[in-house]
Design a protein around this ligand. Structure first.
Ligand code: TXA
Ligand code: MG
Length: 334
């Protein structure tokens, strides 16, 4: 299949909308990462997403909507807390897991009785949802297991020839995926940290707890509350270690054949090959560059990469969560 490159203009949006209405799959920008979208009501289209990404069948998709009316079409028994969260964080990088209605096929929820929903802020994504008149199921538009895409070219690098089209939009402003919470159980639980921080969520959901899978490796016997958490993810091919502690430059300077991923502030003290992923004073910049940097690591030709971990507060928790998976839970504490 030839993957069409579509400009973000009326013609491009019209073409993307036609493809989606006809059961095709399209790479689209969102504020977090690029998504691979299909009509959420069309099981055949959903199957194409799983095939193009090589995604495990038991990992459900997020449904993207542009109006609260659609929320009532796809979710039921919606708790008041969900409406409070929607008011505060939508449109934006928050995904809520709720009980699903029969309109959502089991292909989207991977057999679960719940559906993950989010209302993206990105203008192109919103316009496409409105133009097509469809809720769009969309996972990140990467090959399963590799770093998520934050530019249209990342999508093309991974999926060219496997999907119908890509909307060639701008780089993603947040850079890490949405925060996923479940409101389908008795208490709210954070399943995946992301663009909305835990501190922000606690203002609306003071009793929210963090799923074990956010910072720990799940044991084989453990049941994942969010299936995505049990898979290897975001990983460069180069062997990756996450390093915590202050003497990072001293530590990596002894690792001659390796690459260091470091903060701007320590760049000048590091003598081996390095990639700067932003300033530790502006963790938003670390989030924005994170996946671009993880994609770049493999082009450096090193055997090993050591990444300096951010602190786990604010957006740092989301960055740490992605990095610990990229490192397959190999953490060095200095
Ligand atoms: O920012 C984002 O969330 C991006 C953009 C495109 O919106 N999407 C994204 O999708 O990151 P994906 O498929 O890469 O990650 C979705 C995560 C997975 O970890 C999946 O297991 C979880 O959400 N999830 C989806 N539906 C769920 C459900 N019903 N219950 C629990 N977890 C669910
Ligand atoms: Mg993903």
């Amino acid at each position: 299949m030839v993957t069409k490159r579509l400009n973000v203009d009326n013609i491009g949006l019209e073409k993307a909308s036609e493809i989606l209405k006809n059961g095709g799959i399209v790479g689209i920008p969102t504020e977090t990462v690029y998504g691979l979208a299909a009509n959420a009501y069309n099981s055949d289209a959903i199957t194409k997403i799983f095939k193009a990404k090589g995604r495990p069948q038991d990992n459900p998709l997020i449904v993207h909507i542009a109006s609260i009316d659609t929320l009532y079409e796809i979710a039921k028994d919606i708790p008041k807390t969900a409406l409070l969260c929607a008011e505060k964080f939508w449109p934006g990088p928050l995904t809520m897991v709720l009980k699903k209605t029969d309109k959502i096929p089991l292909a989207v929820s991977a057999g679960l009785s719940t559906v993950a929903v989010r209302m993206p802020k990105n203008k192109t994504a919103r316009e496409l949802i409105l133009k097509s008149g469809l809720p769009l199921a969309a996972p990140s538009a990467n090959t399963s297991g590799s770093p998520s895409p934050t530019t249209a070219n990342h999508v093309i690098n991974d999926l060219d020839g496997k999907i119908d089209a890509v909307l060639m939009g701008e780089s993603c402003t947040v850079g890490v995926e949405s925060t996923v919470i479940t409101l389908a159980g008795e208490h709210p639980v954070l399943l995946r940290p992301g663009g909305v921080t835990l501190e922000q969520l606690k203002e609306v959901l003071p009793d929210i707890t963090i799923s074990d899978a956010v910072l720990n490796e799940l044991k084989k016997s453990e049941n994942a509350e969010s299936p995505g958490m049990k898979y290897k993810h975001y990983a460069p091919k180069t062997e990756t270690f996450l390093v915590e502690g202050e003497n990072f430059p001293e530590f990596v300077n002894q690792k001659e054949d390796s690459v260091a991923v470091c903060f701007l502030e320590e760049e000048n003290d590091i003598k081996i090959n390095k990639i700067v992923y932003g300033s530790f004073k502006t963790p938003e910049s670390l989030a924005q560059n994170l996946f671009e940097v993880l994609r770049k690591v493999d082009s450096m030709g090193a055997k090993t990469v050591y990444i300096h971990a951010p602190t786990k507060d604010g957006i740092g928790l989301a960055i740490y969560n992605r990095l610990i998976r990229a490192a397959a839970f190999k953490v060095i504490k200095l």
